[in-house]
Ligand binder design. Structure first.
Ligand SMILES: Cc1ncc(COP(=O)(O)O)c(C=O)c1O
Length: 455
C-alpha cells in the first residue's frame, strides 16, 4: 500500500455482505440489467463463474459483496493509474462537488485540464471534452470527415475504438470476447464506409492507399493496440502508415484512450516519436470519473462548432468533477514521477513471470508488457502482433488461468483479450504475490490432465 492510501478495512463487512452473496446479487441484477451488467465483459461469460460484485475499493484492492478482498489488476479497465479512491483525488472531487456538480457553462477547471493535456502532448493545440472514449473517437472522426470533405475511414482488425456504429467493424474488446467481430444493429450502409486492414502488414497499407487514399478522411488506430490482447506494433510500420496518410491527405487519429497518460505523459505519441493529426483520450484523463477528450491541430479544430460547421456537443461535457479529478491525476503523475515507479513495478512483474515461463518450455504462453500495461498471451510462446495471429485456444487456456487466479484472490480481466493494469498503489510485495499466484495458475492451466477448472 502506498503511503497516503487509506487501508481497506479487511474484516469489516458491509450492508451487502451481511445480506447477499455475489450469486444472489447477480440473479437480482439479471432481472433488471441485460446480462446482469452495464457493460458486457463484466458478465464473466468468457471465463465462466459469477461476477464479483464490488462493495468498496481502495488502492490496489477491492472487497466484494461477500467480504472477500481481491488484489485488483483491472483497476476499472485503466483509469485508476493512482489506484482506487486515491485520497487526494477523493478530496479534490469532494471539494469540487461542494462548488456544484455540473454547470452546463464554461469554467476554469476545463481550461486547466485542457492546458495540462496541451502541455504534455505534442500536437494537442486544441482540446474538446466529452463524457466517454466512445464519444471522443466518434467525434474525432466526424471532425476529420468535416475537415477533409471525405467519407471513408480506415481502421485495423482488433483495434477497439468504442461502440459507435462505424467503429464496430472487426473490433476488439467486448466485441471479440463475445465472438462477434462486428455488432448486430450496425447498418450495412454505415459499415461500408469503414475499411479494415490487418495490423503489422506493410503491403496491405500500400495497396489500400493506392486504391482508396484519395477518398479516405482518416485512419484511426490504437498505436499500442490493447483491446485484442497487447499487439505491439513495429515503429517502422507506424511510421509508414503516417507517411502514406500524409501523402494522400488522410488524417491520422491515434486513439490513446488506454495509452494516453498511461505509458508516459506524452503517451504513445512520445513513446514512438510520431505526432498524429488528432488524438483521443478517455480513462486516466478523467481521474476515474466519466470523461473523454479529443485534441489536435488548431487548424482542424477551426471546423468544430461553434467555430465551424462540424457539430459536437454534450450536456455533461467538461463536468467540473471529472475535470478536477483529471487535472489532479495529471498533476500527481508529474509531481511524484509516477511513470518511473510504474515501470519498475511492471519490470518486476514481467521478469518474475518470465522466469517461471522460461523454466517451463511446455507452457504455451508469453507475457507482453509496456510500462504498467501487461497481457498474458496464451497459445504460443511468441507474442502476436495482429489479431489473427492469436492462438485459437487462447480464450480456453485463459479461462483456466483466470479462474485459478480468482481462487487465489487475484482479480484479472474476465476476458483473454483484455490487458492488465498496474497502479501506483500496487506494492513490491503485491507484485511478488501476483508472480507466485500466476506461476501456480499457469501450472494448473498447463497441468497434463487439466480440462476442468480447479476446485
Ligand atoms: C482504445 C479505446 N478507445 C475507445 C474506448 C471507448 O471508451 P469508453 O469505454 O470510455 O467509451 C476504449 C474503451 O476501452 C478503448 O480502450
Amino acid at each position: 500500500m502506498m503511503p497516503g492510501h487509506r487501508p481497506l478495512p479487511m474484516n469489516q463487512t458491509s450492508q451487502h455482505a451481511r445480506t447477499a452473496t455475489n450469486a444472489h446479487l447477480f440473479d437480482r441484477a439479471r432481472g433488471i440489467l441485460p446480462g446482469g451488467v452495464s457493460s458486457p465483459v463484466r458478465a464473466f461469460r468468457a471465463v465462466g463463474g459469477t461476477p464479483r460484485f464490488v462493495d468498496r475499493a481502495s488502492g490496489s484492492r477491492f472487497t466484494d459483496a461477500e467480504g472477500e478482498v481481491y488484489l485488483d489488476f483491472v483497476q476499472s479497465w485503466g483509469p485508476l493509474i493512482l489506484g482506487h479512491a486515491h485520497p487526494e483525488i477523493v478530496d479534490t472531487v469532494t471539494a469540487a462537488a461542494q462548488r456544484g456538480l455540473t454547470y452546463g457553462a464554461p469554467h476554469l477547471g476545463e481550461v486547466e485540464l485542457a492546458e495540462r493535456i496541451r502541455d504534455a502532448y505534442p500536437g494537442a493545440d486544441r482540446v474538446r471534452f466529452t463524457s466517454s472514449g466512445t464519444e471522443a473517437t466518434m467525434s474525432a472522426i466526424r471532425l476529420a470527415r468535416g475537415f477533409t470533405g471525405r467519407d471513408r475511414l480506415l481502421k485495423f482488425d482488433g483495434c477497439y475504438h468504442g461502440h459507435s456504429d462505424g467503429l464496430l467493424v472487426a473490433a476488439g474488446s467486448g466485441a471479440i470476447t463475445l465472438g462477434e467481430p462486428s455488432s448486430a444493429g450496425v447498418p450495412a450502409d454505415v459499415a461500408k464506409w469503414t475499411s479494415v486492414l490487418p495490423l503489422d502488414d506493410d503491403t496491405a497499407l500500400e495497396t489500400f492507399f493506392a486504391a482508396h487514399g484519395a477518398e479516405t478522411a482518416a485512419v484511426i488506430l490504437e498505436p499500442m493496440p490493447a483491446n485484442n490482447g497487447l499487439l505491439l506494433q513495429r515503429c517502422d510500420w507506424l511510421r509508414k502508415l503516417s507517411g502514406l496518410a500524409k501523402q494522400h491527405g488522410t488524417l491520422v487519429i491515434w486513439d490513446e484512450v488506454i495509452s494516453g497518460f498511461r505509458v508516459g505523459m506524452g503517451g504513445a505519441t512520445d513513446l514512438y516519436g510520431i505526432t498524429p493529426d488528432l488524438v483521443t483520450f478517455g480513462k486516466i484523463v478523467g481521474g476515474g470519473l466519466p470523461c473523454g477528450a479529443f485534441a489536435g491541430r488548431a487548424e482542424i479544430f477551426e471546423q468544430l462548432a461553434p467555430l465551424g460547421p462540424v457539430y459536437q456537443a454534450g450536456t455533461l461535457s467538461g463536468n467540473p468533477l471529472a475535470m478536477a479529478a483529471g487535472a489532479k491525476t495529471l498533476e500527481i503523475l508529474v509531481r511524484d514521477d509516477v511513470h518511473a515507479r510504474l515501470n519498475i513495478l511492471g519490470r518486476r512483474l514481467e521478469q518474475g513471470v518470465r522466469a517461471h515461463i522460461d523454466a517451463h518450455p511446455d507452457w504455451r504462453v508469453a507475457i507482453v508488457r509496456v510500462g504498467s500495461v501487461f497481457w498474458m498471451a496464451f497459445g504460443d510462446r511468441t507474442p502476436p502482433r495482429r489479431a489473427d495471429a492469436i492462438a485459437a485456444d487462447a480464450a480456453q487456456l485463459y479461462g483456466r488461468f483466470f479462474n485459478a487466479c480468482l481462487d487465489r484472490k487475484v482479480y484479472l480481466a474476465p476476458s483473454a483479450y483484455e490487458v492488465g493494469f498496474l497502479s501506483l498503489a500496487h506494492t513490491d510485495d503485491e507484485i511478488d504475490r501476483a508472480v507466485e499466484v500466476f506461476a501456480e495458475a499457469l501450472a494448473a492451466t498447463f497441468a497434463p490432465a487439466s480440462g476442468s477448472r480447479e476446485s
